[in-house]
Design a binder for this molecule. Structure first.
Ligand SMILES: Cc1cc2nc3c(=O)[nH]c(=O)nc-3n(C[C@H](O)[C@H](O)[C@H](O)COP(=O)(O)O)c2cc1C
Length: 252
């Protein structure tokens, strides 16, 4: 039968093996909560967004209105808005005193939070156009990488989905599988796929509240996107991405 191997990955198998397989059970130290920030990287502290959310629409409206938006206004978003969207998708609520786990604005199996966020800032007020990495423990960004023709490289890597590089920003979520494998061994991968959905759903809902739109992107060239973000494709690779832009007004 076709696709049996793929289906297996979605099943709750192998729980019994965790005791023998998982590094956590063997006393191996927990991996770091976030990827190291390179020495000398200049952190850009993200602004408070309290005033912005005080004007936001109710959650029930956001759920009702949510849809995938593939066409964006010509103008960008503010740093305050970006700050809110990063917090909503991967913001840290609390770090355990032993630093083995953190709790964030999204759920994650075993609180492993195995994702990193990279943002291509196309039209963010106050940020040069470049790819930035989010540093959740500091709620900050640093410029991660820049090169020519990012728009067309991103579109190519997203299988010619042109709208992906037409908004204010693109969120790329990478996964560092070992963060979850440390606890869940071969069960980790099902958890990671589920976890990614929560992150993007929060982006959809948060976007709705500030008159932005997004669209989950699962159709992309894995190697090309990993290369663009300088990821090794083994210990860290992109799992999901989503462009964000202001919704078009009727006169846009
Ligand atoms: C995992 C996943 C991957 C997706 N990948 C793409 C994509 O690559 N391109 C695209 O245009 N839409 C993509 N979408 C958006 C879906 O097409 C969209 O959610 C679906 O048509 C339902 O429409 P709605 O979100 O407006 O309710 C994806 C959605 C999900 C959840």
């Amino acid at each position: 039968m076709r696709f049996l191997e793929g289906r297996k990955f979605l099943k709750a198998l192998n729980w019994k093996n965790i005791r023998e397989e998982a590094d956590q059970r063997r006393g191996v130290d927990a991996p770091p909560l976030q990827k190291r920030v390179p020495a000398g990287a200049k952190l850009i502290k993200l602004p408070d967004f309290g005033e912005l959310v005080s004007r936001s629409i109710p959650l029930v409206k956001a759920i009702e209105n949510r849809q995938s938006i593939r066409s964006y206004a010509e103008h960008g978003v503010t740093l305050e808005e970006l700050s809110f969207l990063l917090w909503a998708t991967q913001g840290v609520r609390k770090v355990l005193p032993n630093k083995v786990a953190a709790f964030r604005t999204v759920p994650s199996g075993g609180a492993r939070h195995a994702f990193e966020t990279y943002v291509y800032a196309r039209m963010i007020e106050g940020l040069d156009s470049a790819i930035y990495r989010y540093v959740p423990l500091d709620h900050a960004l640093y410029e991660y990488h820049n090169e020519e023709k990012l728009d067309s490289k991103i579109v190519d890597a997203c299988l010619d989905q042109k709208f992906v590089a037409s908004g204010a920003a693109v969120f790329f979520w990478s996964v560092i599988p070992y963060r979850a494998e440390w606890r869940y061994a071969s069960v980790a991968h099902k958890m990671l796929a589920i976890d990614a959905g929560h992150v993007c759903q929060n982006l959809y809902l948060a976007c709705e509240t500030i008159d932005c739109g997004t669209c989950a992107i699962g159709a992309y060239d894995q190697e090309a996107v990993d290369q663009l973000l300088k990821l090794d494709g083994i210990e860290e690779f992109v799992i999901y991405l989503a462009p964000v832009g202001k919704k078009k007004q009727s006169d846009d």
